[in-house]
Design a binder for this molecule. Structure first.
Ligand code: GDP
Length: 366
């Protein structure tokens, strides 16, 4: 499955947020039997209002959401790249995740120590990023020596690797994260870059942890983070971990009341989960029937057979075609029958790139 790693300096609210996520997940566990929770990994349902709409039309008994994982990665301090604190373990854990959720302290509270004795989330972000860049720089400088040698010796793999490595190295030497080269990158270069598994090549989402009273509007600290993120093409979510921890303990009705008093339309965690999903460049397609409506996750750009393979490898191997109804058509035409009559149930073949929201029915050989 796809994983987001939660990182940040100590005492910024990572565990509070992670515990709220896993509590929510635990509450869902009764409904969704495949939810597994490990000590520092929580699998959560991706909220998607389209599921209910489809299930209502299809008369489904059950609604099964798709899921992503969050991993709580503690232990980052200044000097982590030099092995300070739990530095090496921390960096190894980041290598395992697909995207980074970077929690920044945007709340003032004299009772809660800040490791650097000041509230400055932009400076905190730079502290963390610097450790990640130093670690990447060190590992890339080490690896590139050998690659250069082998490329000179006409080693094919090294010849394809080297230009991507050189480009990443220039960014790092310039004090910039490798993810800046993702924009408009060629598919082949992206594949190579991913294989290098550099920490700063992973997409980042900044989470501004604000005080309860700032949850709806944000504050000056979160505004500063947003300005920084916009410059980097990264996204931001403003959340109050304290509120989320509270909501996670309430039943649905109490939670709705509480959110209303706080001026919130939905739990911040729902926004966070969706933002994590977007960060991973994932899209959702649906299958619908009387038994269940189910959401499935694929990487954007996946073709129909690959999408079928998420359900079962046999579906991919024996793929013939996919009856495809776009979500807006499915809803407007009140389901499969109506879509068929209106000519909006398309038969798509092996080359079809599945679109977000597609309602699919696979035909395959067994
Ligand atoms: P971590 O070290 O980043 O995992 O931080 P924790 O989640 O353990 O939080 C550190 C301390 O800050 C705990 O005492 C939390 O209760 C507190 N805390 C977390 N979020 C907030 C918040 O939004 N407001 C306030 N006032 N305290 C918070």
């Amino acid at each position: 499955g796809f994983k987001c790693g939660i990182v940040g300096l100590p005492n910024v609210g990572k565990s509070t947020l992670f515990n709220a996520l896993t509590k929510t997940a635990a509450a869902q566990a009764a409904n969704y039997p495949f939810c597994t929770i490990e000590p520092n990994t929580g699998e959560v349902a991706v909220p998607d209002s389209r599921m209910r709409a489809i299930a209502g039309i299809a008369g489904s008994k059950e609604v099964i959401p798709t899921r992503i994982s969050f991993v709580d990665i503690a232990g980052l301090v200044r000097g982590a790249s030099k092995g300070e604190g739990l530095g090496n373990q921390f960096l190894a854990n980041i290598r395992e995740v697909d995207a980074i959720v970077h929690v920044l302290r945007c709340f003032e509270d004299d009772d809660i120590t800040h490791v650097e004795n000041r509230i400055d989330p932009v400076a905190d972000a730079n502290t963390v990023e610097t450790e990640l860049m130093l670690s990447d720089l060190e590992s890339l400088e080490r690896r590139i020596v050998n690659t250069r040698k082998k490329a000179t010796g006409k080693d094919k793999e090294s010849i394809t690797l080297l230009p991507v490595m050189e480009k990443a190295l220039i960014l790092l030497q310039d004090g910039k994260p490798v993810r800046l080269m993702l924009d408009g990158i060629a598919a082949e270069d992206l594949r190579i870059l991913r294989s290098l598994n550099l920490l700063t090549s992973k997409p980042v989402l900044y989470v501004c942890n604000v005080a309860e009273e700032d949850a709806a509007e944000g504050n000056a600290h979160s505004a500063a983070v947003k300005a920084m993120a916009d410059e980097q093409g990264a996204s931001t979510v403003v959340i109050s971990a304290a509120i989320e921890a509270e909501i996670a303990q309430l039943d649905d009705e109490e939670a709705a009341e509480y959110m209303e008093t706080m001026g919130l339309e939905e739990p911040g965690l729902d926004r966070l989960i969706r933002a994590g999903y977007e960060l991973l460049d994932l899209i959702t397609y649906f299958t619908a029937g009387p038994k269940e409506t189910r959401a499935w996750t694929i990487a954007r750009g996946t073709k129909a057979p690959g999408a079928a393979g998420v359900i079962h490898t046999d579906f991919e191997r024996g793929f013939i075609r996919a009856q495809t109804i776009a979500y807006p058509d499915y809803v407007a035409l009140k389901g499969e029958q109506g879509a068929k009559e209106a000519g909006k149930a398309r038969d798509e073949g092996k080359e079809y790139v599945v679109q977000d929201g597609d309602v699919l029915l696979f035909r395959f050989n067994t």
